[in-house]
Write a protein of this length. Structure first.
Length: 157
């Protein structure tokens, strides 16, 4: 299970939590995921996101799957993955980094989340540390990533 930052297109008149509650109410863990059907506007958002992440952060690998569009950063400070579905997205980081390495990778994760917000209008929230990604502090997120990574290394290795 990775460290996960959630992004969602908040529905008019609803809060982020209300939008998530409605999305989750219809979730069936036994059902097949819906096939990705992006609008032209969502496809344009993805293209802008992909371009900006590659330009501002560095090399990425991108793939299109039946259920999402995915990019992964290539190289230091470590892999950060973005899955984009049009009205939702997630940024994932493996629990493998601690200390300064955790901060470096979380700064990238937050930068990607902020690019997604700016290019798509999605709203990001880091529920791991309960802070919005737009104004949240990657240092707080890095402390969480580092703590869980250290615990896992000590107890699961």
């Amino acid at each position: 299970m990775p460290y996960d930052i959630t992004l969602v297109r908040v529905r008019p008149g609803l809060t982020l939590q209300e939008t998530l509650d409605r999305l989750n109410a219809g979730f069936d863990p036994d059902a097949d995921l819906p096939l990705l059907r992006l609008t032209d506007a969502q496809r344009a958002e993805w293209d802008r996101i992909l371009d900006r992440v590659a330009r501002e952060i560095g090399p990425v690998e991108a793939e299109e799957y039946p259920y999402s569009l995915t990019l992964e950063t290539v190289g230091p400070p470590g892999r950060v993955q973005l899955d984009y579905c049009g009205d939702t997205a997630s940024v994932e980081v493996a629990y493998r980094r601690s200390g300064p390495a955790a901060l470096a990778v979380m700064e990238v994760a937050y930068r990607i989340a902020r690019i997604v917000e700016e290019e798509s209008g999605l709203t990001g929230h880091d529920f791991e540390v309960d802070q919005p990604t737009r104004t949240g502090d990657p240092v707080i997120a890095a402390a969480r990533l580092s703590g869980v990574s250290d615990w896992a290394q000590q107890h699961l290795s």
